[in-house]
Design a protein around this ligand. Structure first.
Ligand code: PEP
Ligand code: MG
Length: 577
């Protein structure tokens, strides 16, 4: 049966492929009673599943020794092997099956819950972190018991694969960078959630907030994902499929045409030079940024170096990542944002973040966390400063709200510089330090920022979240998340005006910078510096080339004075005509 699901498209484009369900096996376990005579067979089923996973781990180990996988991967497989063969996982559930006459999946998850609880009471953060390994091992065994393959199937030349998940964390999505998937859908998520942002960097169509795609779509069903129209068509009929294949072809042609603008300078019709920079999450993203003509990196979300790994990246490892990006940009600016962990970017095992915060978006996130953990912060600052020798690096600090925080941050940077000087390690002594404008209080008190910092960058994703009190990652309130809310427009315009008057460079690096509908509005507000996901750079450049910034100003002024959302929408349409 053919049907349509609606969601929020986080990246445009069209994908056609077969569904691959991403399961969180532990969430799907049923509990049922078995008859006493079924006990031996149920125990045998569990034994076989454990053996199958042992074989899977051996296979991975073998593949690793012949390939060039990092050494930690081997250690990680060893830990999983040990957990799997420990009697608490391999024997206790069998006893439960015999005594309680329950199914194998349920016995295993019950035992997992007991172990996880025990891990939570361990003081040593490294050992406490092993809890995640226990869950992963149990998930592997459950997938075998439930008849689901453990590994994801990437797209091949013959068949495109579309991932369908209830929810994906930013850490999950970044792992997909090494596989190829044609598209993905999630039940949850907001348009500027970090999951959506990372999805954009995969450069594939994606639709989030579909509510129940994961429950309604079955494995291998044919899907069309239309990111621009916010829809997913399940089991399309032949005529719809043919129409979409045609559209997909046209979209590709348009994309190729845009490539011709790669080396064109983004100048408006009235001669203003505009800067179009790229946002990146990992050094590898630089390739895509350069392919799309980025003339700088306006936001390197360094916290992604901390995710999907055991422990923390050392100073040397961080230095190498920053050096690689600085050298790759060959003297063009690279703005490294100090790590913004917390809220939806959760790092297991970090003190302060490992507790469940009552309200993570308002909690110990970003610079607040860095100032609470000075050792971690200084390590990162030293790494950035050391890398500054190899290119043109700036430091950008997220979530600042007060003068005291800015001053403390500057003291930390001075300390990191002193420690390098003492050791005779060279760095760029004149490195510029900027602050993100992400909280309404930062706009209203922007003078404090202007007096203390070298440049500013408006993080509209958070600015909208905090102005409208709408969690950017919560699909239940995503209809309230509105970049065109009059209050948001006024705050952005006020920040740009004040910074321009004071001659302090200001950029926008939130998702609004890459939203083609808003390019002219931001130009009309006086913005000259945009930083966005590389996939949007060329289309935004095309829009800049066809815009007269001075002529836009009067209409944009009317937009910012209006309290009427309909009037704002009408003026926006006129700007884009
Ligand atoms: C923002 O908040 O707009 C921003 C660029 O930072 P992040 O999306 O990483 O929070
Ligand atoms: Mg932010």
């Amino acid at each position: 049966m053919s049907f349509i699901l609606h969601g929020i498209g986080v990246t445009g484009g069209i994908a056609i492929g077969r569904a691959q369900l991403v399961s969180h096996a532990t969430l799907e376990v049923a509990h049922y009673a078995i008859r006493p005579e079924q006990v031996p067979a149920e125990i045998a089923r569990l034994t076989q599943a454990i053996h199958a996973v042992q074989k899977e781990l051996e296979g991975l180990h073998g593949a690793m020794t012949s390939g060039d996988a990092p050494a930690e991967f081997g250690a990680f497989l060893d830990v999983h092997w040990m957990i799997l063969t420990d009697p608490t996982i391999s024997e206790t559930p069998k006893r439960m099956i015999a005594e309680l006459h329950c199914n194998a999946e349920w016995a295993l998850t019950q035992q997992m819950a007991v172990l996880v609880e025990q891990f939570d009471t361990i003081e040593d953060p490294y050992l406490r972190e092993r809890k995640a390994d226990v869950v992963q091992v149990v998930e592997r065994v459950l997938k075998v018991l439930l008849g689901k393959p453990g590994a994801l199937r990437a797209s091949s030349a013959e068949e495109q694969t579309i991932l369908v998940a209830h929810d994906l964390s930013p850490a999950d999505v970044i792992q997909f960078k090494t596989h190829h998937f044609a598209a993905f859908l999630t039940d949850l998520g907001g348009v500027t959630s970090h999951t959506a942002i990372v999805a954009r960097s995969l450069n594939v169509p994606a639709v989030v907030a579909t509510h129940n795609a994961r429950a309604l779509i079955r494995e291998n069903e044919l899907l069309i994902v239309d990111g621009a129209k916010n829809v997913v068509i399940v089991n399309p009929d032949r005529s719809v499929l043919a129409e979409y294949r045609l559209k997909q072809g046209e979209f590709e042609i348009e994309r190729k045409k845009l490539k011709r603008l790669k080396t064109t300078r983004p100048t408006t019709l009235d001669g203003l030079e505009i800067e179009l920079f790229a946002n990146i999450e990992l050094p590898d993203d630089l390739t895509q940024a350069l392919e799309n003509g980025a003339t700088g990196v306006g936001l390197f979300r360094s916290e992604f170096l901390f995710l999907n790994r055991q422990g923390l990246p050392s100073e040397d490892e961080q230095f190498e990542a920053y050096r690689q990006v600085a050298a790759g940009m060959d003297g063009r600016p690279v703005t490294v944002r100090t790590f913004d962990l917390g809220a939806d970017k959760h790092k297991e095992g970090l003190d302060g973040l490992s507790r469940v915060a009552p309200n993570p978006a308002l909690g110990l996130r970003a610079i607040r966390f860095c100032l609470a953990e000075p050792k971690l912060f200084i390590t990162q600052l030293r790494a950035i400063l050391r890398a500054s020798q190899y290119g043109n690096i700036n430091i950008l600090v997220p979530m600042l709200v007060s003068a005291a925080e800015i001053d403390q941050t500057l003291v930390m940077i001075a300390r990191a510089k002193d420690s390098l000087r003492e050791q005779g390690v060279p760095f760029d002594a004149g490195i510029k330090v900027g602050g993100m404008i992400e909280i309404p209080a930062a706009v209203l008190g922007i003078g404090t920022f202007i007096r203390r910092l070298d440049f500013l960058s408006i993080g509209t994703n958070d600015l909208i979240q905090y102005t409208l009190a709408v969690d950017r990652a919560d699909e239940a309130v995503s209809h309230l998340y509105d970049p065109l809310h009059p209050a948001v427009l006024r705050l952005i315009a006020m920040a740009i005006d004040t910074a321009n008057k004071a001659n302090v460079p200001i950029a926008v690096c939130g998702e609004m910078a890459g939203d083609l509908r808003l390019t002219r509005m931001l130009l009309g507000m006086g913005l000259r510096h945009f930083s966005m996901h590389p996939a949007h750079l060329l289309e935004v450049k095309q829009r800049v080339l066809g815009s007269d910034a001075a002529a836009l100003r009067p209409m944009v002024n009317r937009m910012r004075r209006s309290d009427d959302p309909e009037r704002v929408a009408e003026l926006l349409d006129r700007l884009n005509d």
